[in-house]
Design a protein around this ligand. Structure first.
Ligand code: UT7
Length: 335
């Protein structure tokens, strides 16, 4: 039987137009531009407007990716949406995206693994492609975390931004696509990033509202330590599976959570920081959207070529991690 590969033929992103700078936050919070820039590298973030939701942002990024791939949405076989900030706990955000894009009742699935969601979804998409089950898959990473942040908690609210990114993965017989990956979950340490209430463990009620425990809480220091510990070994395992070494990688696209984490990863992995894509200064941490946003932006400006070999590296709630070696399109073929 012919071996099938998954080419990434389309990509797109959406960020809401409204920008909130660190200086804007100084007006309402006991914080400073200097602290935020020094500790995180963040200078501003985009925040969704009142008329926007997670699925409306996802749909905009998806339409851009489909247009780039020149693929009508009616040709899609599967939609995967990675998000931890859906429009509703139920129905799934993926079904809202499916309804907006296509009248066909194709499968649509929401993947909830925090910031690693896009890479988890991409790896999932490739399994369906390689098994010969589906040919055209839309993979979205989207987050509207500004609605889940406690805007009185300076240790979390300054860190995040809203965005969406999407790619189209299409079956091809030409070698390309996902070459190796490493996924993992350290659930015993899940309490370090948590929305304590609003789920079945602690249903919503007036006490929850008083405690503000329906918002994200995070032990930043512990998450920071986890991230710096996991990046190098996860990369090594993904590279080993791909039969590659770090010198074969043109660009590392790390999850944009903290510039200091990216710098530590570069040092640990022995890779110059110049080979890491960094845009955290403009978008802050957009969780599951951060990697597809960085990918789409740098393909659009020509810094990344579709034939480059990429290492996607992510960590987040769970605590989960995900590393993937990807060459989006075959070397000797242009779409
Ligand atoms: O995508 C995955 C999601 N999460 C992450 O990636 C987070 C990973 N962790 C981090 O990025 C960092 O740990 C933070 C940026 C969250 C915090 O940086 P840190 O260097 O670990 O600072 P810290 O938490 O140790 O806090 C140092 C001080 C504290 O004051 P005291 O106790 O030393 O007096 C905080 O209260 O900084 C204070 N602080 C702030 N000060 C001004 C915390 N947040 C702020 C703030 N503005 N926004």
């Amino acid at each position: 039987m012919t071996r099938l590969y998954g080419a990434i033929t389309g990509w797109g992103a959406y960020v809401p137009p409204h920008i909130v700078t660190n200086h804007d936050l100084e007006a309402t919070l006991d914080t400073s531009d200097e602290w935020i820039v020094q500790r995180t590298g963040i200078r501003q973030r985009h925040i969704a407007g009142a008329d926007e939701t997670t699925s409306t942002m996802a749909i905009k990024a998806s339409l851009a990716a489909l247009a780039q791939a020149n693929l009508p949405a009616t040709e899609l076989d599967l939609i995967l949406v990675a998000t931890s900030s859906p429009d509703y706990l139920t129905p799934p955000a993926s079904s809202l995206v499916q309804a907006a894009l296509t009248p066909h009742h194709i499968p649509a699935m929401t993947i909830v693994t925090g910031c690693t969601g896009f890479v988890y979804a991409l790896v999932t998409a490739y399994q369906f492609i390689q098994a010969g089950v589906y040919r055209n898959i839309l993979v979205v990473g989207v987050e509207l975390l500004s609605r889940f942040l406690d805007w009185r908690d300076r240790s979390t609210c300054v860190l995040f931004g809203d965005a969406a990114g999407a790619v189209v993965v299409q079956a091809t017989e030409q070698p390309c696509g996902l070459q190796g990956y490493d996924l993992g979950s350290d659930g015993a340490n899940c309490q370090h990033i948590i929305m304590p209430a609003g789920g079945s463990a602690r249903p919503f009620g007036p006490d929850v509202l008083d405690e503000r425990s329906h918002y994200i809480r995070m032990n930043g220091r512990e998450v920071f330590k986890f991230a710096t510990r996991i990046f190098a070994p996860a990369s090594e395992r993904a590279l080993r599976m791909a039969g590659k070494c770090i010198d074969d990688i043109d660009w590392v696209i790390p999850h944009q959570a903290n510039l200091r984490i990216i710098q530590a990863a570069a040092k640990d992995m022995g890779v110059p920081l110049e080979r890491f894509i960094v845009n955290i200064d403009r978008y802050a941490n957009t969780s599951a959207a951060s990697i597809p946003l960085a990918l789409a932006e740098n393909l659009a400006n020509g810094r990344i070529k579709p034939t480059d070999t990429l290492l996607l590296l992510s960590f987040g709630a769970g605590l989960t991690w995900a590393a993937a070696v990807v060459q989006m399109q075959p070397q000797l073929h242009s779409f």
